[in-house]
Write a protein that binds this ligand. Sequence first.
Ligand code: SF4
Length: 339
Amino acid sequence: MITAAPEPRQSAPWPALRWQQAWRDAVRDPRELLALLGLETLAGRVSDEAAAQFPLRVPRGFVARMRHGDPHDPLLRQVLPLDDEMRPATGYGLDAVGDGAARTGPGVIQKYRGRALLVATGSCAINCRYCFRRHFPYSDETAARDGWREAVALIRADTGVEEVLLSGGDPLSLSNAKLAELTGALAGIPHLRRLRIHSRLPVVLPERIDDGLQAWLAGLPWPVTLVIHANHANEFDDTVDAALGRLRGAGVHLLNQAVLLRGVNDDIEALADLSERGFAAGVLPYYLHQLDRVAGSAHFEVDDARAKTLHAALAARLSGYLVPRLVREVAGDTGKRPL
Ligand code: SF4
């Protein structure tokens, strides 16, 4: 008997594949971005060379949260390739945090006791100009390349590893099937106790938190923490709140790790708003990072004295659980270094 194919679930609030469409539809031309924001006069400050090295990419939903006509918009500043990036800066390099030296296998980085980080993919839905992996050799170094075999074998062999971190690129840019393939292979490793995911997708492309992803998360055999990487309260809106609610519904613990960025969040109001807005969406502040000194990002740096002053003001203003730890990552250290 021939049966009719089931009707697609048109009414599902978060239909599968909607996120891939939104991903493909991202803005990639700096001049188009400026035109959308009524900022054509800024075109002279855009660097084609910087954009060629590390292309602009920003989902339209994130663009919609930028303020029209504001050249200082904190979301715009995070994504627009400016001529500032091409100025040489002493102390800024291609591998700012010593990823290369901490590599233990293809796409596997082990810096801290008990943890193994998998560079799951090089893909991101957004390209952040301050990204410490903007020069990372993703084409050679992703754990997914050989079907996860070598990465999983390394973790299985190292009985000291209790926590796997999925990083990238953005690990949630992988399909649900690919993620399930990885965690299926990891599930047989008896010494694993926790899974942590670092992803900016719940914020920059909230459509990604679809039914299939929610089901995958809910079915994992470990407690799961997801660290969103939001830098400014304006990055949150109703769609982000809904995505974060779906993650919490799947039993995921939500933390935020921000980077202190000049011109984006280097004032007390912005930092307090970020903590409070994130908490309202169910996210606890975790780290406030000093900038990793990656080539092309020096114009974002906030000096340590000012960082400490801001952090002290934040601690004086907010409840303790709303104050992230101010840290720097130093190549070769065995943990994040508090300032
Ligand atoms: S989402 Fe994360 S990994 Fe991707 S470009 Fe931004 S900071 Fe880098």
